[in-house]
Design a protein around this ligand. Structure first.
Ligand code: MF3
Ligand code: CO
Ligand code: CO
Length: 257
């Protein structure tokens, strides 16, 4: 069921989004050699609680499994849902993708960003640029009257123009009163099922995950970490977006700016 947001809801969403973006800025500063994914998880968890909020992911249940961390930290070939483990130590050259959800006063915001550590290859720089471009192209299509498939195809077109592949299966989603609300927003057109209209007062988490070499993904035996099937690297950017009568309004912040 799609949940449309009131003006009061929007105030709460803005506050959750502000905290989530602030958390990603902390993460950005921490992506250094020798720092571990667990360090990021702890720092962001502490920051979120300090704001009178809770990490949306902590104890979140997906398909009967409970997630025990406050963030997802995915590196290199990991597409999404990478565990923020102590053993995941940053070492250049590396891509570090941090995904965080914040729950404050009844509202969730969800945002993710890709950070590079050291001198990553030119093709990986291009991957970052393409995935970010796909995010903003998808947001541009997120306006009343358009369809969910317009958003999906925007992601697909940008990825393919660079010779990259939007990951299969993984999707964006409605967000707000729940972390994951309807509608589902596939990143890959082959996952489009029933299409729907984009309506004013929706809030959407739009999150392209784009791979260098294949759309195919595999879930590791930890039950969470999703990796590319060919080992190629992947990038991920996510904004929480409010759909007004006039078009999309991005509630989370661009962390490169
Ligand atoms: N990566 C997901 C999203 O952005 C949320 C993670 S759910 C968790 O929608 F359980 F893994 F935390
Ligand atoms: Co997210
Ligand atoms: Co999300």
């Amino acid at each position: 069921m799609v949940i449309l947001k009131s003006n009061t809801d929007l105030l709460g969403l803005r506050e959750a989004a502000r905290i989530a973006s602030e958390a990603l800025r902390i993460a950005k500063e921490m992506v250094r050699e020798g720092v571990s994914a667990a360090d990021i998880d702890e720092a962001l968890r502490d920051f979120i609680f300090s704001q009178g909020a809770e990490p949306s992911f902590l104890n979140y249940e997906v398909e009967g499994k409970v997630y025990r961390y406050s963030t997802c930290v995915s590196i290199n070939n990991e597409v999404v849902h990478g565990l923020p483990l102590r053993s995941k130590v940053f070492k250049a050259p590396m891509l570090v993708k941090v995904d965080v959800g914040v729950y404050k006063d009844g509202y969730h915001a969800d945002t993710a960003w890709t950070f590079s550590l050291g001198k990553v290859p030119p093709r990986i720089r291009t991957l970052m640029r393409a995935t970010k471009e796909a995010l903003y192209a998808a947001i541009e299509e997120s306006r009343p009257g358009n369809r969910i498939s317009d958003v999906t195809y925007a992601i697909y077109r940008v990825a393919r123009r660079y010779g990259f592949y939007p990951a299969e299966t993984v999707t964006g989603h409605g967000v707000g009163l729940e972390l994951h609300e309807d509608p589902v927003i596939p990143n890959n057109p082959k996952d489009l099922d029933k299409d729907g209209r984009i309506r004013p007062r929706m809030t959407l988490a739009i999150e392209p995950m784009i791979n260098v070499g294949t759309e195919r993904i595999i879930t590791l035996s930890d039950g969470w970490t999703i990796v590319t099937a060919d080992g190629s690297w992947s990038a991920h950017y996510e904004h929480t977006v409010y759909i007004s009568e006039d078009g999309p309004e991005i509630l989370t912040e661009d962390i490169d700016g």
